[in-house]
Design a protein around this ligand. Structure first.
Ligand code: ZN
Ligand code: FE
Length: 239
């Protein structure tokens, strides 16, 4: 399996996970269709599945057009059937979804939205975290409680350390500034800071990260209790 990062809209990331044996692919969170169509057509890819982490427009905006054009099958959380357009396959928490050579565990991670899910491709050791976990940050809490978000992040934290993290936005630089501000003595963070700045100045994506790097550097994952997590989330909202 190969991952292709496709920037969408202002700072969103869509991803293709491509089975190199047959050029079949899944797209994760198509915020818009145009850049995805362009890549698919110029690389002879068969877009079989559309995977949505949550219902926000910047993650589903391309669903309808891609489905119409390629006949792709749309997947989303069962509780969001009425707000993710075109769902064909409703997903449940902890379900293992399998199709062709694609195998993903569905992890319900409420907090940003009540129906947010992450797709854990455990065979390939990678996870698509949407707007729950960002590199060096986490999503804003729109529909859930602080406790729900804290528990959702706990689920992601427990995955194997080498797991690669593919999140929904390029927010890393802003998140980095916040982490450095409140965790200035963290040596791992200083190293990560150099990596991130180098990638940005080279015009590269800062994604993927890994669970190990996030455990070491992401101040929201380093918060050990709900109270400190809540305080940090509030500070970040006004940063
Ligand atoms: Zn969102
Ligand atoms: Fe988003």
């Amino acid at each position: 399996m190969k991952i292709k990062i496709i920037p969408c809209l202002k700072d969103n990331y869509s991803y293709l996970i491509i089975d190199e044996n047959n050029n079949s692919a899944c797209v994760i969170d198509p915020g818009e269709s145009t850049p995805i169509i362009k890549f698919i057509e110029s690389n002879n890819i068969k877009l079989k599945y559309i995977l949505n982490t949550h219902h926000h427009f910047d993650h589903i905006g391309g669903n309808k057009e891609l489905k119409n054009k390629f006949g792709s099958i749309v997947l989303g959380f069962e509780d969001d059937l009425n707000r993710i357009p075109e769902i064909d396959v409703p997903l449940k928490d902890n379900q293992i979804w399998k199709a062709e050579n694609f195998v993903s565990k569905i992890i319900h991670t409420p907090g940003h939205t009540s129906g947010h899910i992450c797709f854990h491709f455990f065979n390939e050791k990678l996870i698509f975290t949407g707007d729950t976990l960002f590199s060096l940050g986490c999503g804003r809490i729109f529909e859930g409680t602080y406790e729900e978000m804290f528990n959702s992040l706990k689920k992601i934290k427990s995955l194997p350390e080498e797991t690669k993290v593919y999140c929904g936005h390029e927010y890393t630089f802003n998140n980095l500034k916040f982490c450095v501000n409140y965790d200035s003595k963290n040596l791992n963070l200083q190293k990560k800071s150099n990596d991130v700045k180098k990638k940005i100045s080279d015009g590269l994506s800062t994604i993927p990260s890994t669970i190990r790097e996030e455990l070491d550097c992401n101040i929201f994952l380093r918060a050990n209790d709900l109270q400190s997590f809540t305080k940090l989330r509030d500070l970040k909202d006004n940063f």
